[in-house]
Design a protein around this ligand. Structure first.
Ligand code: HEC
Length: 270
């Protein structure tokens, strides 16, 4: 059922896969924060922050301070924690935008901070992460989303359709919409992920293929795009695509310098 693609081709495509750069200074509106993906934010926190921080009221300090009600607080103000002089002397008040700047590159933002993380948090994870932190630290004025149950069968010998039924139903029956903004203008097209591993589109030239990988991401390539770049490769966790969410714009990336790509899912297919 799955396309068996030559391993080399996939390896080289994946090597070219774009990892969005951590760019700061976006403006995090309440709309953007309240609409961010809770599951993505939770995963980012668990992967990148939970080794050093707790979020709950009264949670203990670890290598880093407990972050209950961090938004609105002055940086370095938790009496229980021994901060670096750089942090206590920074005169920062933690708004969502200020957190965004810090988390994009802590050491660049506050030279001398003792928060040593291997890399800044890339977008769009950063927005989702900040939204999640605000919800979990009592700093959000919007309700916590109800989490639809994502069904995942860990048995890897089964086909994707059985292991990730909600991903499968969502991606194989709906329309993916792309908007690519380049210096030369804007290109909007719709793509259809098919059960045989192919991707078709509403544009005569744009085609592609997708496949799951051994980390339970699905990676896809699109080619024949009448713009620069004319090919794209992106990977997403299948669980992230297992919750049916519909909007013209759900994720965003920067495939090459100067080009912004917006992706979204629209219900159904023509
Ligand atoms: C290796 C441990 C470590 C990891 C991982 C880590 N932090 Fe920190 N964090 C710290 C330390 C230590 C401080 C105090 C820094 C200082 O005093 O300069 C800190 C400070 C902070 C502060 C400022 C708190 C205050 O009271 O002013 C925030 C916000 C924060 N971290 C968020 C995060 C987030 C979000 C992540 C995940 C992307 C993260 N941290 C990952 C150790 C860590």
């Amino acid at each position: 059922m799955q396309h068996l693609l030559p391993a080399l081709l996939i390896a080289s495509l994946l090597a070219a896969a774009h990892i969005p750069a951590a760019s700061a200074q976006q403006v995090l509106t309440r709309d953007a924060l309240s609409g961010a993906d809770y599951v993505v934010g939770r995963r980012a926190f668990q992967m990148r922050c939970s080794a050093c921080h707790t979020l709950t009221e009264g949670g203990s300090d670890l290598t880093g301070p407990n972050l209950w009600q961090v938004t609105g607080s002055k940086a370095g103000s938790r009496g229980s924690f021994k901060y670096s002089p750089a942090m206590t002397g920074s005169d920062i008040s933690w708004s969502a935008d200020r957190l965004d700047r810090f988390l994009a590159d802590p050491l660049k933002d506050i030279p001398g901070t003792s928060m040593a993380i291997p890399e800044g948090v890339p977008n769009p994870d950063r927005l989702a992460l900040i939204s999640f932190m605000m919800l979990e630290t009592g700093g959000a004025d919007w309700p916590k989303p109800e989490l639809p149950r994502v069904i995942v069968d860990p048995d890897r010998s089964k086909p994707v359709a059985e292991r990730f039924p909600s991903f499968w139903n969502h991606m194989m029956s709906n329309t993916t919409r792309y908007r690519m903004v380049t210096a030369g203008g804007e290109l909007v097209f719709r793509a259809y992920f098919n059960a045989d591993g192919s991707i078709t589109s509403d544009h005569e030239k744009i085609r592609g293929f997708w496949r799951p990988d051994d980390r339970d991401f699905f990676c896809y390539a699109l080619y024949g795009i009448p713009a620069k770049p004319d090919q794209l490769v992106e990977c997403f966790p299948m669980v992230a695509m297992s919750i049916p969410r519909f909007a013209e714009q759900l994720w965003e990336s920067k495939p090459v310098e100067g080009v912004q790509l917006y992706g979204g899912i629209l219900p159904g297919r023509p």
